[in-house]
Design a protein around this ligand. Structure first.
Ligand code: HEM
Ligand code: HEM
Length: 226
């Protein structure tokens, strides 16, 4: 096994995912005409609760990582920002269906280009939610034309976000390696088999036990990427 995610990274992912899903459900209550009618006078309260959950979705992981794992927060941002030639080739091959057809893909580091793209996409959507959601929350002080555009964009982002989430779930539950990634997101460690076959350029950090014994686990160079 190779250490992949720290406890703080995992808690951040699961808190973000939970708030995202609860925000979606409360948003849906306000959106669908039958449930909107059923909410009646409570709609304003639900909208404030929903907005609060939205801010918590963003703040909780940032606080967790900022307070307890700043090193990985900074390293993670750099990692997602850095795309080398193999990442670019991997990405365009994946867009053309290479991963689905089982084509040999260029070697990857800890996160493959698809995972990096997922982080960027989710981060961009989150910024959109915060901006449009804040306009909706403080609509009394904002021109009506901006509120109506924000409402439209907010709903569009919700559909886009759920689409990305469903694709994310399909990757985790419908692929043979998805359960290995899930194990890593729950327990922190990725199977050596998946690490070597799908992330052969990843210089894995030494396992803590190995570190104590003076040894180390390096994924890079163990085998070629498949
Ligand atoms: C900081 C984050 C967020 C804030 C401040 C926020 C705020 C709001 C507010 C104030 C409304 C009520 C609009 C109204 O009263 O008409 C709303 C509606 C809604 N929100 Fe959010 N929200 C956030 C994040 C999210 C997220 C993450 C999702 C989905 C995953 C979401 C989905 C929705 C939906 C579906 C609606 C109903 C749209 C409609 O009525 O057309 N929101 N949001
Ligand atoms: C039940 C729900 C979910 C499950 C089972 C799940 C599972 C996972 C797993 C296994 C990984 C690790 C993949 C790796 O090793 O790189 C991961 C990463 C990630 N998840 Fe989730 N996730 C869920 C919900 C969400 C939601 C709601 C979002 C945001 C909308 C999200 C965004 C991300 C992002 C940005 C990453 C890092 C990039 C990546 O690995 O694709 N996840 N998730």
């Amino acid at each position: 096994m190779v250490p992949r995610f720290t406890l703080t990274e995992r808690l951040s992912h699961w808190s973000f995912a939970s708030f995202f899903l609860i925000a979606f459900l409360t948003g849906l209550l306000m959106w669908l005409p039958p449930t909107r009618e059923w909410l009646g006078g409570d709609r304003l309260r639900v909208s404030h609760l929903h907005g609060g959950l939205g801010y918590l979705m963003v703040l909780t992981p940032l606080l967790l990582l900022g307070l307890f794992d700043r090193r990985h927060l900074v390293a993670g941002v750099r990692e997602v920002d850095r795309w080398d030639a193999d990442d670019r080739r991997w990405f365009w091959m994946a867009v053309r269906g290479g991963t689905l057809r089982g084509v040999a893909m260029p070697p990857q580091r800890r996160l493959n280009a698809g995972q990096k793209f997922n982080v960027v996409l989710v981060a961009a959507i989150v910024v959109g939610f915060v901006v449009t959601g804040s306009i909706l929350l403080f609509r009394a002080d904002v021109p009506a034309w901006l509120v109506s555009r924000a409402l439209w964009l907010h709903g569009f982002l919700a559909i886009l976000g759920i689409g990305i989430f469903l694709g994310h779930l399909a990757h985790v539950f419908l692929t043979s390696h998805g359960r290995h990634y899930l194990h890593a997101m729950v327990r922190g460690e990725l199977s050596l088999e998946t690490a070597t076959s799908r992330h052969s350029k990843w210089e894995a950090r030494p396992a803590p036990e190995a570190q104590e014994q003076g040894g180390g686990t390096s994924v890079a160079g163990r085998s070629s990427d498949v």
